[in-house]
Design a protein around this ligand. Structure first.
Ligand SMILES: Cc1cc2nc3c(=O)[nH]c(=O)nc-3n(C[C@H](O)[C@H](O)[C@H](O)COP(=O)(O)OP(=O)(O)OC[C@H]3O[C@@H](n4cnc5c(N)ncnc54)[C@H](O)[C@@H]3O)c2cc1C
Ligand code: FES
Length: 339
């Protein structure tokens, strides 16, 4: 059985299991997801989506349903789609059209709070009491309850899904903040909390050209999840992958050993870091993350760029790409606005 992520315009994702020979539409209906349909014969395009990763075949597609150009971009008719691997399919409508259920609420406990730089903690969460694996696409995020309060904050998964549901989040410690204060002052192993997940439409699409990953501060979290997944299955990504990682000060840099390990596991992976404020002992570049970019990183505009972090960083990188008219690159981003 293959796992197919159905991703909707409202940022919700539902995972379904699809049997060999079964269409994605039939599998979805069997599991209570009422994808809109009409003809069920590949003619009307009511069940249309876009396959963003994975391998599949389409049984019959009427020429009025999808154009050649749409097919090339991964457009699919779920009533005609049989998958040959795990896949992610995006729909332009909200999940509420298919189901009334919201994201799953999961009971979990804090396992450890690991301080990984002066301004950053990795929070290890044990959601092992949930039956079965919690599925999400690395890059997606969870709503996390601040233990002991009714406040919720959004955090990108900094790990890949795993059968024991041991989760990690990379969290910036603000000088004052509900979650930041909890993590700095009161957190202890065994604290109970709840998560709502998976959320968001930021995740790794099928890799067909070089990848540019741009992280600002704890925006690194989303890429740790994606790189964990690539490292577990290096055949999935044979294209060059370059991570650009920018922080305010040297003391904010974190998980450098983990990043170095990816470079050993993934032959096409390289990374560069930059700090905004110079300090003693730092031999690397000083400036903003776009200062690291060189024309050759962008393969003549034929790249997929993923940006994650504070909104000003994401906007600056998008602006940089726009100015250079990288019209052929696809740009995906997640902004860590206050949540
Ligand atoms: C989709 C999404 C994913 C996110 N993923 C991550 C993640 O993986 N790691 C991570 O560290 N953060 C992430 N964030 C930001 C995070 O949700 C919180 O906003 C942040 O951790 C602050 O929470 P807090 O309770 O400590 O502060 P709050 O009590 O919410 O805020 C305290 C003060 O700090 C300000 N503030 C809030 N957030 C920020 C910020 N990001 N930068 C500067 N000032 C801020 C507030 O306006 C307020 O004045 C994400 C946000 C979104 C929307
Ligand atoms: S329902 Fe008409 S094309 Fe799939």
């Amino acid at each position: 059985m293959y796992k197919v992520a159905l991703n909707f315009a409202d940022g919700r994702t539902h995972f379904i299991g699809v049997n060999a020979g079964e269409t994605v539409l039939d599998a979805a209906l069997r599991q209570g997801m009422t994808i809109p349909v009409d003809c069920r014969e590949g003619v009307c395009a009511t069940c249309k989506g876009t396959c963003q990763s994975g391998n599949y075949q389409l049984e019959y597609v009427d020429e009025d349903a999808l154009t050649e150009a749409e097919l090339e971009k991964g457009a699919v008719l779920t009533c005609q789609m049989r998958v040959a691997s795990d896949c992610a399919v995006r729909f332009d409508f909200d999940s509420t059209l298919c189901t009334s259920a919201g994201p799953e609420v999961i009971d979990a406990t804090v396992k450890a709070v690991e301080i990984v730089s002066e301004s950053t903690a990795i929070v290890h969460i044990d959601a092992g009491s949930r039956p079965g694996q919690l599925d999400f696409l690395p890059g997606q995020y969870a709503h996390v309850q601040v233990p002991g309060t009714d406040e919720w904050r959004s955090y990108s998964f900094a790990c890949k899904p795993n059968e024991n549901n041991q989760l990690q989040f990379l969290i910036r410690l603000l000088s004052q903040g509900v979650m930041s204060d909890y993590l700095r002052d009161r957190a202890k192993p065994g604290d109970k909390l709840r998560l709502k997940a998976p959320l968001g439409a930021f995740y790794l699409h099928k890799v067909t050209r070089p990848l540019i990953l741009v992280a600002g501060g704890t925006g690194l979290a989303a890429f740790l999840g994606m790189l964990d997944e690539m490292a577990a299955d290096p055949a999935r990504c044979t294209q060059p992958v370059t991570l650009f990682y920018g922080v305010t000060q040297v003391v904010d840099l974190c998980e450098m050993e983990r990043i170095q390990k990816y470079a050993e596991q993934l032959p096409n992976f390289s990374y560069r870091s930059i700090v905004m404020k110079a300090s003693e002992g730092w031999q690397g570049p000083v400036g903003v993350v776009t200062d690291l970019f060189e024309e050759h990183h962008f393969n003549g505009g034929e790249v997929d760029a993923y940006l994650c972090g504070p909104p000003p960083m994401v906007d600056a990188v998008k602006g940089w790409l726009d100015q250079r008219q990288m019209g052929n690159s696809d740009v995906y981003y997640e902004k860590f606005s206050a949540s």
